[in-house]
Design a protein around this ligand. Sequence first.
Ligand SMILES: N[C@@H](CCC(=O)N[C@@H](CS)C(=O)NCC(=O)O)C(=O)O
Length: 223
Amino acid sequence: MNSPHRTPARLAISSRNYSSWCLRGFLLARLAGIDFVVEAAAADDAQARAELLMRTASILLPCLIDGDVTVWDTIAIAEYLNEAHPKAGMLPQDVVSRARCRSISGEMHSGFAALRASLPMNIRARRPGFTVWSGAQTDIDRILIIWRDCFEASGGPFLFGAKPCIADAMFAPVASRFRTYDVPLDAACARYVETIFAWPDMAEWVAEAEEEPEEIIELDVEF
Ligand SMILES: N[C@@H](CCC(=O)N[C@@H](CS)C(=O)NCC(=O)O)C(=O)O
């Protein structure tokens, strides 16, 4: 699939600092090991931004354009990449872990609305002593149970062992939220947040997010 003569795939994204879904799409493409370029539009360039959003029928990003294939929505992107690059190891090797990986990735994709609404991803920001309301705390408690169950079964440091997989890409923005909003964590979960930030592909994204010029107040909501 990665022929040197093939045109690189394109990953259309919005903000690196604010868009948790785009971060997931980026990490998924890196996990697949594909050759791709990132296409982002400055938030103050309404025309370019509208054009990027029009790449997807859903008018939401990220969107991956890989040859004849256009795929959007992070779970679809994950499944497409895993199918196209089965040797990349985007899912754990054994069937029990694969089922769990898909389950928790799905849970992240469809759930945790209170967490997303009240602790929006903002990689650059720090809110020490942030007060978490009870709905979001229920989401946090569930996520910490998911993470601890995974470490117990796999031994860590990633959710399913030594290497990151689709589930780590899905939960990476949560690690960023926990850091931004100073969420109290036990040692194992704190170590996982550090593991996510030390993941070179995550570190690359974070470095670019830190450089992003925009302060977008209206993006300081569910993303
Ligand atoms: N369920 C979608 C959610 C995608 C989504 O909500 N994308 C946001 C950015 S994080 C978006 O494109 N919003 C429109 C905008 O930026 O104008 C996925 O998994 O990819």
